[in-house]
Design a protein around this ligand. Structure first.
Ligand code: GRF
Length: 197
């Protein structure tokens, strides 16, 4: 059984796709042992609670220094002892130590086809704004392993999504979520969880 911890900052629609995937048997051999948010107002925390999953908020705002926050974050992770950490819209720069300790056991979902529209500064709606400004006709989402760089880790899965005439960043963001993110993130977790069976 693969024990996973999902890290979130916002609405948690990707978290919901994972919760549903586990429930419906699309993600096999997997248990969500905890959800950690850096943002106390994240609706994702409510989603976790509704699903009966232990949810924790560890916010940098509640600590004197970044080091203290990093320590508390790592301590919580250690207690949950995950086999895999899933970053699902987690807007925090990870402590370097965390990447060392959990090497090849952290994955992230990014809302573009890496290597396009990724790296520092490309998060949330900014990714879709950049895709529209460049005028690409196809975009998508990528699930990848997390290393020391920003969106540079090994790619696990990608899915393309059409950009349509008249798209706004918001409309495109929604289509990328529906047609790519909510599909490939559960699939990637299932792939990892069943790889060693
Ligand atoms: C998604 O677009 C994800 O790709 C990005 O942040 C957003 C999170 O949305 N990294 P949600 O919180 O899962 O609804």
């Amino acid at each position: 059984m693969l024990n996973i911890v999902v890290c979130v900052s916002g609405g948690g629609t990707n978290l919901q796709a994972i919760i549903d995937g586990v429930k419906e048997g699309k993600i096999r051999n997997t248990k969500i042992v905890g959800v950690i948010s850096n943002n106390v107002g994240a609706y994702a925390l409510q989603r976790a609670e509704d699903a009966g999953i232990p949810a924790f908020c560890i916010s940098p705002k509640n600590f004197e220094s970044r080091e203290e926050f990093n320590e508390a974050f790592l301590k919580q992770l250690k207690e949950l002892n995950p086999g895999l950490i899933v970053l699902a819209g987690f807007l925090v720069i990870l402590p370097e130590k965390m990447i060392e300790v959990y090497r090849d056991r952290i994955i992230n979902i990014h809302p573009s086809l890496i290597p396009s529209f990724c790296g520092t500064g490309y998060y949330g709606l900014k990714v879709h704004e950049a895709a529209l400004t460049r005028g690409v006709k196809v975009t998508g989402a990528t699930v990848h392993y997390v290393d020391e760089g920003t969106d540079t880790g090994r790619i696990i899965m990608q899915k393309a999504v059409d950009v349509l005439e008249g798209d706004t960043p918001e409309v495109l963001q929604r289509r990328v979520m529906e047609q790519a993110e909510w599909i490939i993130l559960p699939k990637a977790i299932d792939k990892i969880a069943t790889a060693s069976e």
